[in-house]
Unconditional design. Structure first.
Length: 314
């Protein structure tokens, strides 16, 4: 299974989550390298150390992405653009890596901007450019808009931010609920979220990608049972009481489509997983299963935009 690929390989049609055998058919000269998670984590820590020279407001999104709030940084007279340039320079000179950056006064727009000039570029959106930017923004570029939601939006004749701006807000909320409000806000350039320096963990999960697709419930059950011990160990680290909010099973099929079945559950219970698996397999439609995952949702705890940077060094 291909976990990620460089931009040259993508020109041949290779992409993440593709079977390695298929990737080699598309690109016979493809060089496949075994993953090294320990190395990735070490490099990610080095990059975060570089970020910390400029600000302590850092929100990691993954091993190769992060938000930065540099509104309090005094370097370069507080210019977010010059700060981003200097961070990219430091990453390049010290680690020999390229990094893309998006600079904007709004968090989600900074994320979108970071994807504009990959793999080694920067894109700046000033406050005065926000409205024009979101008007022409394809809806699939907005974080949180997946394939299924995008198809529903297209059915309504909504393709860009400007389309959503002109659409009836009440109708949007009735059709999409909470997400409809979020989409309305994004298409009007609104994002009140701050960079979160400490993120509350909301879930715990474990999954396994299979070397070959499997078909039967018995095969899936055997793989699922093999995940129980790791799941229990991970959950115990963050929630020794095993009190949870929900419990679920995720399957990814041979066509790369995935489905998740979750039920409300107040206490972690392995005996609930087989029924969840059976329900998920009800959506199989003859497809092979290539990934099986377990997850639990944890109980929630009570608990003018600054300059936002979004970095991606993939």
């Amino acid at each position: 299974m291909i976990s990620t690929c460089n931009y040259l390989a993508r020109k041949f049609g290779v992409r993440s989550a593709m079977a390695t055998a298929h990737a080699l058919k598309l690109c016979p000269n493809l060089t496949v390298i075994r993953g090294d998670m320990a190395k990735y984590k070490a490099v990610s820590s080095q990059i975060r150390a570089i970020f910390s020279r400029y600000t302590d407001k850092i929100e990691p999104l993954s091993l190769d992405e992060a938000y930065l709030d540099v509104s309090d940084c005094l370097l370069f007279r507080g210019s977010a653009t010059l700060i981003a340039e200097d961070i990219r320079r430091a990453i390049r000179e010290e680690l020999g890596l390229t990094a893309s950056a998006g600079v904007a006064p709004v968090k989600f727009i900074a994320k979108v901007a970071s994807d504009m000039n990959k793999p080694d570029g920067m894109f700046i959106i000033t406050p005065g450019e926000i409205d024009g930017f979101v008007k022409t923004l394809p809806l699939e570029k907005i974080p949180g808009v997946g394939k299924v939601t995008l198809a529903k939006l297209h059915e309504l004749g909504l393709f860009t931010g400007e389309d959503v701006q002109a659409y009836d807000r009440t109708a949007l909320l009735q059709r999409f609920g909470k997400f409809g409000q979020s989409l309305w806000n994004r298409c009007h350039g609104i994002d009140d979220r701050n960079v979160e320096t400490s993120r509350v963990r909301k879930s715990v999960g474990v999954e396994r990608t299979l070397p070959q697709d499997i078909q039967t419930e018995e095969e899936c059950l055997a793989v699922m049972v093999s995940l129980y011990e790791e799941m229990k160990t991970r959950l115990e680290r963050v929630c020794p009481s095993f009190e949870i909010a929900r419990q679920g099973v995720k399957l990814k099929f041979s066509d790369f489509q995935q489905t998740t079945v979750e039920h409300r559950q107040w206490m972690y219970d392995e005996s609930q997983f087989p029924a969840l698996l059976r329900e998920a397999l009800g959506r199989q439609q003859g497809r092979g299963v290539r990934l099986i995952g377990l997850n639990v949702g944890l109980k929630a705890e009570d608990s003018t935009q600054p300059s936002q940077l979004a970095f991606d060094w993939s």
